[in-house]
Design a protein around this ligand. Structure first.
Ligand SMILES: [Zn+2]
Length: 267
C-alpha cells in the first residue's frame, strides 16, 4: 500500500517545494510519513467541514493549498484554530500536507489553471518566482472584450455571482489580462508595465483601486477562494493520474466570504 511519503514524493514531482516563496510553509505539516494511506482529501483550506468530510471518506491525508500551520506554534491549545486542527488530526491519525506557493508557481499550477479557465491564449510569465517570489502570468483573449463581456467571462469561469472591479471602463476594450490567484493585487504595476489592460487577482486594498484607475488600468477582484479553488482541484486530478491506486476525494467547500444582497439574501 502507498505510504504518506510516496504521496509527498509524487506531489514533489509536479509541485516541488523548491518553487515555494522563502516565507512559505509547504510540505508535510503533521503526521507520520511512514503511515500507509489509501485515500486523500483535497481542499483549499483545512476547516472543520473538510476534516469531517475526510474522516467520513476514510482519508489518511488531507492536502490543502493553504498551510494550516503557518506561524511558529508555542502552544497547541483547544479552542484556537491551529490547536483544534492539530489535536483533531492527531486524534484521527490523519496527516496534512500543504501545496501552497510551490503550486502557485508550478507549470500547470494555480496561476496556469486560472489563465486557462479564462480561455487566455499565449500565456507567458510577467515575472517568475526566481525574480519576485511569485509567478505572475499574462495572456490574451482571442478577441478584445468590452467591460461587460470581460465581467461575464470572469464570472462564468469562476462561478461568481458578481464581480468587484476598479478602473473598469465601459468605453474601453480588454484584450491582454494578467492573472494571479489569491492575494496578488499589489503586482498590478508590473502587469501594467507589461502592457496588460487589467489584472485578475483578489484581496485588493482600497488605495490600489484608485491608483490603478488613475493609471487607466483595471483591477478585477475574482475573490481569493474562486481564483484558487480550481487550481487545487487540478492538483488532485494530476495526483490521481500519477498514483492510480490512490483514491482522491475532493472536498465540498464554500468561500467563507459570502455575497449578500441589500435584502440580506445570499447570492
Ligand atoms: Zn491563497
Amino acid at each position: 500500500m502507498l505510504k504518506i511519503a510516496d504521496i509527498c514524493h509524487a506531489l514533489e514531482e509536479f509541485a516541488p517545494k523548491s518553487l515555494a516563496a522563502p516565507w512559505d510553509n509547504p510540505g508535510l505539516l503533521l503526521g507520520d510519513a511512514g503511515a500507509e494511506c489509501a485515500s486523500v482529501m483535497v481542499a483549499l483550506d483545512l476547516t472543520d467541514s473538510v476534516l469531517r468530510q475526510a474522516e467520513q471518506a476514510g482519508c489518511g491525508l488531507i492536502i490543502t493549498h493553504h498551510p494550516f500551520i503557518f506561524a511558529a506554534q508555542k502552544q497547541v491549545l483547544a479552542g484556537r484554530y491551529e490547536g483544534d486542527m492539530i489535536l483533531a488530526l492527531a486524534q484521527k491519525k490523519m496527516a496534512a500536507v500543504a501545496c501552497h506557493t510551490n503550486w502557485d508557481n508550478a507549470l500547470g499550477g494555480i496561476n496556469y489553471t486560472l489563465a486557462e479557465a479564462l480561455g487566455l491564449q499565449n500565456i507567458t510569465p510577467i515575472c517568475t518566482p526566481q525574480e519576485d517570489e511569485i509567478l505572475l502570468l499574462c495572456g490574451e483573449f482571442p478577441s478584445a472584450l468590452s467591460a461587460a463581456d470581460l465581467t461575464k467571462t470572469v464570472c462564468a469561469a469562476l462561478g461568481l455571482p458578481v464581480l468587484r472591479a476598479a478602473g473598469l471602463d465601459d468605453n474601453k476594450t480588454y484584450r491582454k489580462l494578467a492573472v494571479c490567484g489569491g492575494a496578488g493585487m499589489d503586482f498590478w504595476p508590473k502587469a501594467a508595465a507589461a502592457g496588460c489592460d487589467a489584472l485578475l487577482s483578489a484581496d485588493p486594498k482600497h488605495h490600489e483601486g484608485f491608483q490603478a484607475a488613475h493609471a487607466d488600468f483595471a483591477l478585477l477582484d475574482g475573490t481569493h477562494f474562486a481564483t484558487e479553488v480550481i487550481g487545487i482541484r487540478r492538483l488532485g486530478r494530476i495526483l490521481q493520474q500519477k498514483l492510480p491506486d490512490l483514491t482522491v476525494h475532493f472536498a465540498d467547500e464554500q468561500d467563507a466570504w459570502q455575497f449578500r444582497d441589500k435584502e440580506g439574501r445570499k447570492y
